[in-house]
Every structure is written in structure tokens, then in C-alpha cells.
Design a protein around this ligand. Structure first.
Ligand SMILES: Cc1ncc(COP(=O)(O)O)c(C=O)c1O
Length: 439
């Protein structure tokens, strides 16, 4: 094997053995990163990194400048308002109106320490609101850490892979979980991490109508807002608007993160946007844990206060400035990140030309968009085997099996960290892989 793979097999085998990771497909993103870094250090060969969902573009300068200005004016010494500074609340509410055509008052728009914290607070509030409804339902595949958050909270969850239940089929599938009335909330991301499927308006309508019918909350994770590049969602106040369940129910909470759309992951800033109706809904069981039974009040003064006493003051200024520039039509946030779609198109072609298949390939009858992630499989190879084999070829990814996908063969490939200059290297490595593994 030593002569025929780009990374010497002896090094891969030794590092892998020492890592203690017996089943590679169970490795988390960070564990995979650690293993690969070690092989790189030992072999002196750089990997094509497709495991981590880091932005890979410089942070939006408008945010950086606003944050520096706020810091130099002294905000670092002052606790931020937990509900968020007025500027960020106002611009978040405008953003939701101008980019989604949805009305949410500034009160319901609350900055969080990334959507990770927004999710944690949302899971707590939705999961604790009614003792009889204690279970969260994931429309998977999904972002694995969210399930870890539920384990931390002791909140049970159920999940199904939407792959075989697209379009009208989603209705009966959802009903099969909802009929017992123990589901507190439905969670999904769209565009989706890891599969990059985008739920269609028909599917969002089904979810929204079921949420109203069963009185449950939809937690819509829009970490990849506007990044379905098949349509241009970038013009404020003009259709097409980012599709959302908010059009079909009042029981929703949206999570909008600056990490990917503004390449601002390092500052951990996002916001939740809670529908006006949900914000003011009273859930008596919240009083078992807190002084108020109001959903929005609990989320802010019960959950967020307890977790971190609000969100970094300067990052709120950054978010307010970035949202304002988008809202005012001064900054097209989609332009810089379109690069991900363009790279994905090339990378998918390279994989397909070398015998791979795309696992999640359609939104109902439409070909999937090219974006931040795509999913691959090599016929006849299980994901564990493929992940391990990739190590010899200097390619890293993560297994779909940690994302709630029922697909046993698939891997998630993230395009963001792969540089254009690395694409010929990827092509060469895939060619050698295909030669060594004839189909
Ligand atoms: C679907 C999804 N939700 C949430 C997050 C976390 O976002 P944040 O960086 O704002 O915490 C990510 C990040 O990769 C994601 O992919």
C-alpha cells in the first residue's frame, strides 16, 4: 500500500492505532480533525480538509470595524442588556421583514452566543414548557451537537431521516410522531447541515400546519440563510424571500447565525427571532422553574441569563452593523459566500468523475443546490471503511451516521476550507483512489 497511496500507509496505520478511535464513523468532527492533524504532522503532507464547517473566508469588515469602534468607546467594561442592545434588536427585526417578509417585533429578536446558545435556550424553553410534552423531534440529518445539547439538558428526542419522506410523504411521517402529543418541538436546518437539502415551500407548509394542529413549536435553524444559490435571496424587500415555516404557523422560533453568512464564527454571535404570538404565550409549567410563565420572558431571563448573562457586548455592535448594511441595501451578503457554491460544483464533478455518488441529490424533483456541504458515497464501501481509506489519500470528511442519516455509506464533505489551488490535488488523489478501487 505504501507505494500506491499519497500518504504512506505505515504512518496512517500507526497514528490511527494510537488514536484509540476504533470506529471512525463514530468520530466527532473535532476528533477527526485531531487525527488528521497528527497524520499531517507525521507525514509532512497536507490533507484536503473537508471535515470542519469553518467559514474559510475573511470576516465581514463592517462587523470588525463596528466591533473595534464599540470596544474603543468602552463597551467591554459594561454588562450588555440580556435582551440585546436596541440597535441589534431593531436591525434583526428589519432583516427578518426585508429578507423573509416576516413580521417579528424587535422584542422577539434576541442576540445569542452563536446559534449554539440560541438552540440551547430554545430547547430548554420548548422542552420545559409542558411536562406532558417533553420530547424534541429532529427532522434529520442534522447537526450532531444539538443532540449533545439535549443530552446535557436531559431532554429526550426522536429523529427520522427525511430522505425517504420528501414532499407529501412528510405529512404522514410527521403525524406518526405527533399523534401521541408528547412532542414539544420540531427542529431542522434548511439549507441543511449535512446534506444541503432545502425544504420546499410545500414541506414547510406541512410542518407549519402540523405545528399549529398539534400546538408544538418549530425551531427553524437558518445557519445557512440565503445560501440556496439556485435563487437570489439577497435583495432586501424584494422577492424571492428566504423560505421559512414562519409563513405557515405562528408557533415558531428562527435561529439566524452570523457565523456563515458573515464569516463571523469566531465571535460567536447570532440571534433568535421568536414569533410575537409565541413570545407572549403562557405555559404554566415554566413556573415550576422560574418566576414567569411567558415563553419569551423565560427564554431571555430564565435561560439566557442563567447560561451566560447575555451576549458579548462588542459582537452585538458588529451584528447590528452587518444587518443594517444588508437591510439598507449597502452590502450584498450573498456575493462573497457564493464562492462555496462554485467550489461545490467543481468538487462534486471531481467525485462523480471518479466513481462516487451523491447521496442526497434532490429536493423533491429539483437537483440539489451547490453550497457549503455535499454528501458522497463510494458504491460497495461502508462509511467507516471509506473514511479510513480516505486517510491514505489525504482526504478528510465526517460520516453521515453521526448526523442521524440512515445512509450507511455516506460521508459529508464540507467545501469551505478547501482552497481553489487544492482542487487539482484533490482530483489527482481521487483518480488514484479510483484506480486502486475499481468498481
Ligand atoms: C445547522 C447548524 N446550526 C447551528 C450551527 C452553529 O452556529 P453558530 O456558529 O452560530 O453557533 C451550525 C454551525 O455549523 C450549523 O451547521
Amino acid at each position: 500500500m505504501e507505494d500506491i497511496t499519497p500518504i504512506p500507509a505505515a504512518i496512517v496505520d500507526e497514528v490511527y492505532m494510537k488514536s484509540g478511535l476504533s470506529v471512525l464513523s463514530k468520530a466527532s468532527i473535532r476528533e477527526m480533525g485531531k487525527l488528521v492533524n497528527e497524520i499531517e504532522a507525521r507525514s509532512g503532507k497536507k490533507f484536503i480538509h473537508m471535515e470542519m464547517g469553518v467559514p474559510g473566508l475573511p470576516a465581514t469588515k463592517i462587523g470588525v470595524d463596528a466591533e473595534i469602534k464599540a470596544l474603543s468607546e468602552g463597551v467591554a467594561s459594561i454588562y450588555p442588556n440580556i435582551e440585546g442592545i436596541p440597535q441589534v434588536k431593531k436591525e434583526a427585526s428589519r432583516f427578518v421583514k426585508l429578507m423573509m417578509d416576516v413580521d417579528i417585533s424587535p422584542q422577539g429578536c434576541v442576540p445569542t452566543v452563536g446559534s449554539m446558545q440560541g438552540g440551547l435556550a430554545a430547547f430548554m424553553t420548548a422542552g420545559f414548557r409542558d411536562k406532558k410534552r417533553d420530547t424534541i423531534l429532529f427532522i434529520d440529518p442534522g447537526f450532531p451537537v444539538q443532540k449533545q445539547q439535549l443530552s446535557l439538558l436531559g431532554i429526550p428526542y426522536k429523529t427520522f431521516d427525511v430522505y425517504r419522506f420528501r414532499g407529501d410523504k412528510l405529512k404522514d411521517k410527521l403525524e406518526s410522531y405527533l399523534k401521541d402529543d408528547n412532542i414539544a418541538a420540531i427542529v431542522y436546518s434548511s439549507p441543511n447541515n449535512p446534506s444541503w437539502i432545502c425544504l420546499t415551500d410545500k414541506e414547510l407548509k406541512i410542518i407549519g400546519e402540523k405545528a399549529t394542529e398539534h400546538d408544538l413549536i418549530v425551531i427553524e435553524d437558518l445557519a445557512y440563510f440565503g445560501m440556496d444559490f439556485r435563487k437570489d435571496y439577497s435583495v432586501p424587500g424584494e422577492p424571492p424571500f428566504q423560505p421559512t415555516v414562519a409563513k405557515y404557523t405562528d408557533n415558531y422560533l428562527l435561529m439566524i447565525s452570523a457565523s456563515k453568512i458573515f464569516s463571523y464564527a469566531g465571535q460567536r454571535i447570532a440571534f433568535v427571532a421568536i414569533s410575537d404570538t409565541l413570545y407572549h404565550r403562557k405555559y404554566p409549567d415554566l413556573k415550576l422553574r422560574f418566576s414567569s410563565d411567558e415563553f419569551g420572558h423565560y427564554l431571555v431571563y430564565g435561560a439566557l441569563y442563567g447560561i451566560s448573562s447575555g451576549t458579548s457586548h462588542s459582537a452585538q455592535y458588529a451584528l447590528a452593523a452587518m444587518l443594517k448594511s444588508v437591510n439598507d441595501g449597502d452590502f450584498n451578503f450573498v456575493d462573497p459566500i457564493k464562492e462555496y457554491g462554485e467550489k461545490a460544483k467543481i468538487m462534486k464533478r471531481l467525485f462523480l468523475e471518479n466513481g462516487f455518488e451523491i447521496v442526497y441529490d434532490k429536493d423533491e424533483d429539483l437537483p440539489l443546490a451547490d453550497g457549503f456541504y455535499f454528501t458522497i458515497a463510494y458504491p460497495g464501501m461502508l462509511s467507516d471503511e471509506l473514511l479510513k481509506e480516505f486517510l491514505y489519500y489525504g482526504i478528510s470528511a465526517i460520516s453521515l451516521s453521526i448526523t442521524g442519516s440512515e445512509n450507511k455509506q455516506g460521508l459529508r464533505a464540507c467545501v469551505s476550507f478547501v482552497q481553489r489551488e487544492e482542487l487539482p490535488v484533490l482530483e489527482e488523489r481521487l483518480k488514484i483512489f479510483a484506480q486502486n478501487h475499481p468498481r
